[in-house]
Design a protein around this ligand. Structure first.
Ligand SMILES: C[S@@+](CC[C@H](N)C(=O)[O-])C[C@H]1O[C@@H](n2cnc3c(N)ncnc32)[C@H](O)[C@@H]1O
Length: 214
């Protein structure tokens, strides 16, 4: 389990007390490790997946959006939590999302998921529907752009979930000045200063920010 912010014993305990992935998600995790090598770390962790399903069940969105689909783990978790709505996925990679498409099909989710290929700044800008729930997990330097595009489309009471906001905890350590960490710190501060939202930062996996539009 990806638990950068917990010591090993606590991470094991959390893992042991979170419902394990089913066979389909376990197979997707294995296949991603085989085809993506080091890039497989881009996949969300299974506890985060369980959380995404649960939040989706609680929110019951009509329109959910995912920016950054990769091989499909998070999209399967979100789509499985839907009760009648649609998940709209955005990614630039035909290659990675071809794996996702296969798993959507195997999971019986074809009728609940759409995929648009292209830079998300463009495809999101062209997206005309009001959004109830969004999961943001793509190129981090564009998070401020995606955030504004999503806020324009989010209904009051809607939720944006943002992954990797703690960057292994480095955002909290001023000694970490690498550009990616500085940019994430700036993004986190930008959200915190936005009077339109209420924010919770969870130390799950690599850090996930829950942003509710007031
Ligand atoms: C961290 S991975 C997403 C992991 C995925 N949520 C999961 O659980 O498996 C990031 C994804 O963002 C996509 N991406 C990168 N730049 C993008 C852009 N400009 N527009 C849309 N997607 C982009 C990549 O192709 C990659 O699949």
């Amino acid at each position: 389990m990806k638990a950068y912010l917990l010591d090993a014993a606590v991470a094991r305990y959390v893992s042991d007390h979170t419902t394990a992935p089913d066979a389909l998600l376990a197979a997707l995790e294995r296949e991603t490790a085989e085809v993506a090598g080091e890039d497989a770390t881009m996949q969300i962790s299974f506890d985060q997946g369980r959380l995404l399903t649960m939040i989706t069940q609680l929110m019951a969105p009509r329109v959910a959006v995912e920016v950054g689909t990769f091989t499909g783990y998070s999209s399967v978790c979100i789509a499985r939590g839907l009760s009648g709505g649609t998940l709209h996925c955005f990614d630039v990679s035909e290659e990675w999302t071809s794996v996702a498409r296969r798993y959507w099909h195997e999971a019986g989710l074809d009728d609940r998921v759409t995929l648009t290929i292209g830079p998300a700044a463009d495809t999101l800008a062209a997206f005309g529907e009001q959004v109830d729930l969004a999961f943001l997990d793509a190129d981090k330097h564009n998070y401020p752009v995606y955030y504004e595009l999503l806020m324009d489309r989010l209904r009051p009471g809607g939720l944006i979930l943002v992954d990797n906001t703690l960057r292994r905890g480095w955002v909290a350590d001023p000694a970490h000045e690498e550009p990616e960490t500085v940019r994430m710190r700036q993004f986190n501060d930008l959200v915190m200063e936005d009077p339109r939202v209420t924010v919770v930062t969870l130390p799950v996996a690599d850090g996930m920010m829950l942003i509710r539009k007031n």
